[in-house]
Ligand binder design. Structure first.
Ligand SMILES: NC(=O)c1ccc[n+]([C@@H]2O[C@H](COP(=O)([O-])OP(=O)(O)OC[C@H]3O[C@@H](n4cnc5c(N)ncnc54)[C@H](O)[C@@H]3O)[C@@H](O)[C@H]2O)c1
Ligand SMILES: [Zn+2]
Ligand SMILES: [Zn+2]
Length: 392
């Protein structure tokens, strides 16, 4: 089959790789019809390079049609339409039973001391072959796949794999009180969707980014936006807009690739250039995240408010202003999305009238052969690229 493979720093290629096969009795093989490109894939493109091997298949936002089932699969049949969550979660361990699917005890990666395995996401997360491919092997076939109805286009459902539950969890964790206010930092796919969900719930939402078309997309949905580059004192501007106090909650949907963090920018380059043996301990022991967005979130949120981190951070010793966090009495909540935990809450919003605008959410629909150039344009935020989906 054809698959998008990682080959080196800023080097991904579509290659011919062996077809996946059923390994465990409850495995399924899915023929992928639509598969997303994510801001998280950009971390693999550069800073997480020490944890990838050339040939690793990327991608964790797939959906498609069941092509083959193992002898132990009873909940699905060949031909069913399914979305695959980005966390590989078993459904029967203690963590899955408590809605913490991204910490699944069956698939945790003990070698690196990390949580549940993820599709297409480095040795830190199990080095599981990903879904930017023609075919995907999916374990836990009786539990993991989300069966979706025939009829609506793939775009209606594909974002259940990551964007929707991640944004949903971001809003849940932000814990905005009734009639409260929320600032969303970063208007990539995750921040954009978080704005839509929070506005749909009736919260006052202010979105922040520095890319014109990303700001525009959110503004078009009737949500207030601020262009980072137009405000020297962003926290001050936002305080003025929120009774001089600051918003109740902030979602950081930027993560460790934030604009405006020169020191960590150097660490990112270094991590990509050093041999893996040197770079891995550096990543595991040093602060390497670009922290501009998180720092501004800590400034912006009101005293006693909540910061919800959807953005991924990756340094073991990233410096944090603990004095300010403590003094302002800030709650911080975070983590990979527990995809399966939120599906039942989200599904009704995909059935009636598309209130979140998922059908038109993708800005680019491309064949998989164009994935290498799409990675590059998405990283550089060129060509109005906000959300790309591939059709393998
Ligand atoms: N928690 C999870 O389970 C989960 C799932 C998916 C994605 N993510 C993470 O969420 C983050 C966002 O993902 P995405 O797909 O939307 O990525 P993205 O890279 O497209 O979006 C990030 C946005 O932040 C903006 N930005 C950069 N610096 C900023 C700053 N200082 N202030 C405000 N905005 C700034 C960028 O212009 C960009 O629009 C990434 O870190 C990604 O890894 C987490
Ligand atoms: Zn993703
Ligand atoms: Zn589990």
């Amino acid at each position: 089959m054809k698959a998008l493979t990682w080959q080196g720093v800023s080097d991904v290629r579509v290659e011919e790789v062996p077809d996946p096969a059923i390994v465990n009795p409850d495995d399924i093989i899915v023929r992928i019809t639509t598969t997303g490109l994510c801001g998280s894939d950009l971390h693999l493109y550069t800073v997480l390079a020490p944890f990838l091997d050339p040939g690793d298949v990327l991608g964790h936002e797939p959906m498609g049609v069941v092509e083959e089932i193992g002898p132990g699969v009873t909940n699905l049949a060949v031909g069913d339409r399914v979305v695959i969550p980005f966390n590989v979660s078993c459904g029967h361990c203690w963590m899955c039973g408590h809605g913490l699917h991204s910490q699944c005890e069956t698939t945790q990666v003990h070698e690196y001391g990390t949580g549940a395995s993820l599709f297409g996401y480095t040795k830190l997360y199990g080095q599981v072959p990903g879904g930017q491919a023609e075919l995907l092997r999916v374990p836990f076939g009786n539990y993991l796949p989300i069966k979706v109805p025939e009829g609506p286009p793939d775009d209606r459902f594909v974002f259940l794999s990551d964007v929707l539950p991640t944004a949903w969890q971001g809003v849940e964790y932000a814990d905005v009180p009734d009639g409260g206010s929320l600032v969303v930092l970063g208007l990539g796919p995750i921040g954009d969707m978080a704005c839509r969900i929070a506005a749909h719930r009736g919260h006052r939402v202010i979105g922040v980014d520095l890319v014109t078309e990303r700001l525009e997309r959110v503004r078009e949905r009737g949500i207030e936006v601020l262009d980072l580059t137009e405000h020297d004192d962003l926290p001050g501007t936002i305080r003025e807009m929120t009774d001089g106090r600051g918003p109740d909650s902030v979602i950081d949907a930027v993560g460790m690739e934030a604009h405006g963090s020169p020191v960590a920018g150097f660490a990112h380059k270094l991590a990509g250039l050093l041999p893996d043996k040197l770079a891995q301990p550096m990543m595991e022991n040093l602060g390497v995240s670009k922290l501009a967005a998180l720092y501004s979130g800590i400034e912006i949120v009101r005293r006693g408010g909540t910061i919800s981190l959807s953005g991924v951070y990756g340094g073991a010793a990233d410096p944090l202003p603990t004095l300010q966090l403590f003094d302002k009495q800030i709650q911080v909540r975070q983590g990979q999305a527990n995809v399966k935990a939120w599906v039942d809450d989200i599904m009704p919003l995909l059935a009636n009238g598309d209130p979140l605008g998922v059908d038109s959410f993708a800005t680019h629909r491309l064949p998989l052969s164009e994935a290498p150039s799409a990675y590059e344009h998405f990283q550089k935020k060129e060509q109005g690229m906000v959300k790309v989906v591939f059709h393998p």
